[in-house]
Each structure stands twice: as C-alpha cells, then as structure tokens.
Design a protein around this ligand. Structure first.
Ligand SMILES: [Zn+2]
Length: 296
C-alpha cells in the first residue's frame, strides 16, 4: 500500500483500506478509533502498514508451506556425523524444488541458505563442511523462505542423539516459552504481556533471555516493523491488532544473557560465558480472537 492511499481520508461507508471488501465502518473504523484513544495516553500502536490484507496473508501462508516442509525434512534426516553444510544443501534443494528462494542467501552478505547454530552459538551460525554434528550437540536450524515475493520465517531445535538432562531442559523450556508467549498474543494485549509470560517461565527455570536481539514483523519483507523485544514489562510495548504478522523467537541461554558477535565473520552470535543457548521460532498472525501459527 502506498502512503498516499494510507493517508487518504476514508468515509465510513467507503471500502476499508485493509481490502477486506467490507465498508470501513464495519471493519477497521472502531479498531482505529480505539488505537487513536490509546495513542493519546501514550500507548505504542501499530500502523496500517503492519496489517496484512487477505491476499497478502494467502501469499505468506504459501511461503510458509515451504518453510515447514524444509524443517520437517531436516527433522527426518538430521543425525550424528553430518555437517551443517549438508543441512544447507538440503534447505537449498527442498526450497527450490517447491518453487521458493532461501531468504538468508546473500541477505546483507550472508553466504548460506540457512542459519545453523550449535551449542553456545545463539544465532546466525554459518553452515560449514567442518562443523560435524556429534552426539549431545543441540542445534538450531533457522529457515526463511521467499515464495512469489512473500516471506516466512521459523526455526526449530534438534538434539543429536542424547544430550545432558540440563541441555535437554534448555531446549524444552525454549520451546515452551514460545507457546507461553503465543497464549498472550490477541487483540489489545501488548508485546510486554507476551514478554512477561516468557520471562516468568525462563526465570522459573533458572535460565536467561537474550536482550539484544529480538523478533520482527515478517511477510512482505524478511524483516519488517515492529521490532519484537522479549524483555518488556507487562502492559508495555505495542498493542496487537488483527492482521499483524510477526515472529516469536526468544533466545534462551543457560547462563548469562550476555552475547557477542564473531568478529571474523561478523555474523555468528555466541553466549559470553560459553554456555549453551536454545531458540525456537514461530511466525504468527493476529486474528480477531487470538493468533494463528503461520509457520513453525
Ligand atoms: Zn478493515
């Protein structure tokens, strides 16, 4: 949507700008009045650009089909002894077979089609022939796809063979956090409400949440507004309205939340204390009553 259209004065009986086909007064008019009232008292509110149209949502769902298929393929085939370079090859093949493009490839110079982050790597691990998975490793495979111009983004953790009970718990808690957060995603709740649920679960388990990297809007571009922090207080941050599409992907560390970026490749992020990190990521769409998981 272009800005001129967005700013055009709409009459109540005009078609809604969201392209639902409904008149404005039966669609977004009441929502936008409530947003204006909230903005007046200092609440952070979404813009029209953050609301996806029906056609866009269809496109994002189609893109997500590929993303899910890739991670299902990885789940079936990942094992001890393979390299992360091989995972990259699988991702490339499955994506192209299904008519997509891997979004990470050449994104701001990223050299591979997927991020593979092992043990103390927090995110943005670069697949390589010499990174061979061994029993006890935990690895995040973070997949993003472009199909017909629409973006999808999700990641999963995989445990190679059997790992220590503590690492297994980290992986499990990281997944639980995503779904604790998801329960809070519904119209008029806020990002801080989601974060509070995540933080409470993390603290109860003695782990920490990474502060410096968050999630993001996703769909028409790889990374869109809003930036989704996971460290806000309950009742703060942007409120949710139907049609917003973003990722839930808190990074959970066993030890300190502090991280640093590898200065040799300027991508890979590690925990400061060398302890393991785990992350699951889903992409969600805010609906009239809650949220729909678009990709996982
Ligand atoms: Zn509307």
């Amino acid at each position: 949507m272009n800005i001129k259209f967005l700013n055009r004065k709409i009459k109540p009986t005009d078609p809604c700008w969201c392209q639902s086909g409904l008149p404005y007064n039966e669609c977004h008019m009441a929502i936008e009045k409530r947003l204006r009232d909230l903005a007046r008292i200092g609440v952070e509110t979404p813009t029209r650009e953050m609301v996806k149209t029906r056609e866009q949502i269809e496109g994002i769902r189609k893109s997500a089909e590929i993303n899910i298929a890739i991670l299902d393929y990885v789940a079936k085939n990942i094992r001890e002894g393979i390299s992360t370079w091989e995972i990259d090859r699988w991702v490339n093949e499955v994506t192209r077979d299904m008519g997509g493009i891997p979004a990470p490839l050449n994104y701001e110079g990223f050299p591979k089609s997927v991020c593979t982050s092992v043990n103390d790597q927090v995110c943005h691990g670069i697949p390589a022939r010499n990174v061979i998975l061994k029993a006890g490793d935990i690895i995040n495979v973070d997949c993003s796809t472009i199909r017909d111009g629409y973006f999808s983004d999700s990641s999963r953790m995989f445990v190679i063979g059997e790992t220590t009970p503590e690492k297994q718990r980290l992986v499990d808690v990281a997944r639980e956090c995503v779904y604790k957060g998801l329960e809070q995603v519904k119209p008029w709740n806020s990002i801080g409400d989601m974060d509070h649920a995540i933080k409470t679960h993390v603290r109860a388990n003695g782990f920490s949440v990474v502060r410096d990297i968050g999630g993001h809007g996703c769909g028409l571009e790889f990374h869109e507004d809003p930036y989704v922090s996971y460290i806000l207080r309950k009742g703060t941050g942007m409120v949710f309205i139907p049609g917003m599409c973003f990722t839930i992907e808190p990074m959970i560390n066993m030890g300190t939340y502090r991280i640093y970026t590898d200065t040799t490749n300027n991508w890979t992020v590690y925990t400061d204390d060398g302890k393991p990190s785990a992350q699951w990521e889903i992409q969600v769409l805010v609906t009239a009553t809650g949220a729909e998981v678009i990709t996982y």
